[in-house]
Every structure is written in structure tokens, then in C-alpha cells.
Design a protein around this ligand. Structure first.
Ligand code: NAP
Ligand code: ZN
Length: 339
């Protein structure tokens, strides 16, 4: 086993909505299946903000947010055979799972009931180091830059999973609602899968960039007349927004067998009439992140097809400036902290 650290320094929230402050926590012996990662980059996902604000009632303070991590393996547990010291790896939302349930054995660890999230009741990646089960430390293809890879680990996989699972193909019509961290990657992956892509946004000034990222069409989601005109248009509507919208209108926008797929988390329950679901055999779905296998696949797809997060770099010490910009929907399109 390599030499490990005894304390990890990072930036933690101590109360709901609070600024992040320098913080350190003790770590014991490295577990046999763990790696310790020296972090170079960590993206800021909107879920970090939800956790800091305790929007989901699951946060225990103090905690270090961050779950879009890239870094080098600094130490390995005794049972880790398929990773190397100094290897560049990346970690997303999930840091561990039971490894023995049906879902883990099927390679769908993100559905494991014992799934451990990287920064829920645990300290994450706004730090110098982090420890995770080695299975969740995904090797990064050489051609990918670390700063652009970090956002793929949550933002990227979260949109890749539905596009892949829904079976998007060159004949598909896909709408992506919300062109932020997740959405700007969703446009790119839907384009790579060959779909006809529509960007749906509250920000008209994102139109030309959305089109350069792979969108064929751009719709202002606040223009209810334009949204109504989309009735019967899409095989997949992928919602990345964390706000309430007229979801009935988006069910109506589906073609027969189409799916309204939530990855963003709106504050209110989703209300829609059932009849349009029956009539066109339409569905409403959701998904959490993706498995280690799918993460690895997604990184290779991103490398091969040049899917790249557009990032704004911040030094780790300026994490609060980055969070403030994210709150105002001013980040284009993912803030990434660097050590
Ligand atoms: P983000 O970068 O802040 O992007 C969210 C986008 O939503 C914004 O860029 C904006 O796009 C749109 N938006 C903002 N205010 C809006 C409003 N009032 N009405 C409609 N749209 C609005 O956030 P993100 O990191 O992409 O995360 C988005 C959501 O996904 C969050 O709820 C996050 O917790 C969730 N998430 C889920 C998973 C999962 O596993 N399922 C994983 C990661 C994140 P426009 O300017 O284009 O309108
Ligand atoms: Zn996330």
C-alpha cells in the first residue's frame, strides 16, 4: 500500500445556504478496495447547490460538496489490482455500492439500494483529495483534458444515460430542456447519436451556441405559443431544469411511444393528465447518473466524437464566487474548480 494522508483539506458548508469555508477532516486507514485521489479538478453541479441549500432534506453539515472529480491516484488499498499509482481517474456522483445485489451484479450499480453518493453524508471533491471505492474511479482516456472531463462525470453521464437507454438513433427527435451544465452536454450527445435536436431554453442569448453544440432548432420555453406548436414532435424530451414548468405541454410534445425523461429536479410534484399517456403510449421517466460501465463508455464516446464541456475555470479558493455565479444562471456552461 502507498503512503496515505491523515487529514484532507477542502471547502465545506456548515449550514444550509452558507458560504463554503476552509475545512479539514481526519481519515483513517485506507480501505483495501479504496483509492486515494489527488484532485486536480472538480466541476460544480447544480446538485451541489441543492445539497448546500439542503433542498432535498438529506444534507448533514458540515460537508465538502463536489462530485465531478478528476485527479491522480495517490494511494491504493491492498485489494486494488486494476488501477495504478499516478493514473488519471475521474469520479462522479457515486463513490461506492454494495457490490453484491442484483443491480450491482448486472453492472447497474447506480441503481443499488446501498449506493453511496460521493458528497452526501460524506466529503466530496471541493478538496485536495478524496477516497472512493476503486471501481468508481474511472480511468480517463488520454485525449481528454481534465478540466473538460470533470463535468462529464455527473453532467455528462446524467444526460448520456437517458439518450443511450431510450435508444436514440439517427431517426430520433430529441428535445433538451434547460441549456446549462447538463443541457449543453445533452445537445452534444444527442447530436452524436444522430438525432434531430431541439434546444429549449429560457435564455434567448444561448441560441447560437446551442446550435454550434448540435441543436438544429431552438425554442424559448417561456413562449407558450411556440411550445404548444411542438405537439406530437419528440421521441425523447429530456428535462434538465430544476424549476416547475407546464409538464402537460411537454407530454403533449411527445410523439407516440415518446418519453418525457426527468434528470433535473423540479420543486413541485409533476402534474399531468394520464389520457395523453394512454393515447400515444407515452411515458414519464427519470434516472440517476449512470453505472461505472456506462461512465467508461461515455468517456470513450466523448473522446472519439469530441464531446467537450464548455467550462469556466475558478481556483478552488474562489469556490464561493463560482457558486454565486451558478445561482444567477450566469455560468457558461460549467464552473470547474482547479487545484
Ligand atoms: P444548471 O447548470 O444550473 O442548468 C440548469 C438550467 O435550467 C439553466 O442553465 C437554465 O437553462 C435552466 N433554468 C434556470 N432557471 C430556469 C427557470 N426558472 N425555468 C426554466 N428553466 C430554467 O444546472 P445543472 O447542473 O445542469 O443541473 C440541472 C438539474 O439537474 C438540477 O436540478 C440538478 O440537481 C439535476 N441533476 C440531476 C442528476 C441526476 O442524476 N438525475 C445529476 C446531475 C444534476 P436555460 O438558460 O437554457 O433556460
Ligand atoms: Zn451532479
Amino acid at each position: 500500500m502507498s503512503k496515505t494522508t491523515s487529514k484532507i483539506h477542502g471547502y465545506a458548508a456548515h449550514a444550509a445556504g452558507a458560504q463554503l469555508l476552509p475545512f479539514q477532516y481526519e481519515v483513517g486507514e485506507l480501505q483495501p478496495n479504496e483509492v486515494e485521489i489527488q484532485i486536480t479538478h472538480c466541476g460544480i453541479c447544480h446538485s451541489d447547490l441543492h445539497l448546500i441549500d439542503n433542498d432535498w432534506g438529506m444534507t448533514q453539515f458540515p460537508f465538502i460538496p463536489g462530485h465531478e472529480i478528476v485527479g491522480m491516484i495517490a494511494a491504493m488499498g491492498t485489494q486494488v489490482k486494476d488501477r495504478a499509482h499516478g493514473q488519471r481517474v475521474a469520479v462522479g456522483w457515486q463513490a461506492d455500492s454494495c457490490g453484491t445485489c442484483e443491480w450491482c451484479l448486472r453492472g447497474e450499480e447506480n441503481l443499488c439500494a446501498q449506493s453511496v453518493a460521493t458528497c452526501v453524508r460524506r466529503n466530496g471533491g471541493f478538496a485536495e483529495k478524496v477516497r472512493v471505492n476503486a471501481r468508481f474511479a474511472i480511468p480517463v482516456p488520454e485525449v481528454l483534458a481534465s478540466e473538460n472531463t470533470a463535468p462529464l462525470m455527473c453532467g455528462g453521464i446524467t444526460v448520456y444515460n437517458p439518450i443511450r437507454t431510450a435508444g436514440v438513433f439517427p431517426g430520433s427527435r430529441v428535445a433538451v430542456i434547460g441549456i446549462g451544465g447538463l443541457g449543453h452536454l445533452g445537445l452534444q450527445f444527442a447530436h452524436v447519436f444522430g438525432a434531430e435536436v431541439t434546444a429549449v431554453s429560457t435564455s434567448p442569448n444561448k441560441e447560437s451556441e446551442a446550435k454550434s453544440l448540435g441543436a438544429h432548432h431552438f425554442v424559448n420555453s417561456r413562449d407558450s405559443t411556440a411550445v404548444k406548436k411542438l405537439a406530437g414532435s419528440f421521441d425523447l424530451v429530456l428535462s434538465t431544469v430544476n424549476q416547475d414548468m407546464d409538464w402537460s405541454a411537454w407530454v403533449a410534445a411527445l410523439r407516440p411511444r415518446g418519453t418525457l425523461w426527468f434528470v433535473g429536479v423540479p420543486p413541485s410534484p409533476v402534474a399531468t393528465h394520464v389520457f395523453p399517456l394512454l393515447a400515444g403510449q407515452r411515458s414519464i421517466a427519470g434516472s440517476p447518473s449512470g453505472s461505472p460501465h456506462m461512465l467508461q463508455e461515455m468517456l470513450h464516446v466523448a473522446a472519439r466524437h469530441k464531446v467537450q464541456a464548455i467550462t469556466e475555470a475558478f481556483p478552488m479558493a474562489q469556490v464561493n464566487d463560482a457558486m454565486a455565479k451558478l445561482k444567477k444562471n450566469q455560468v457558461r456552461y460549467r464552473a470547474v474548480l482547479g487545484n
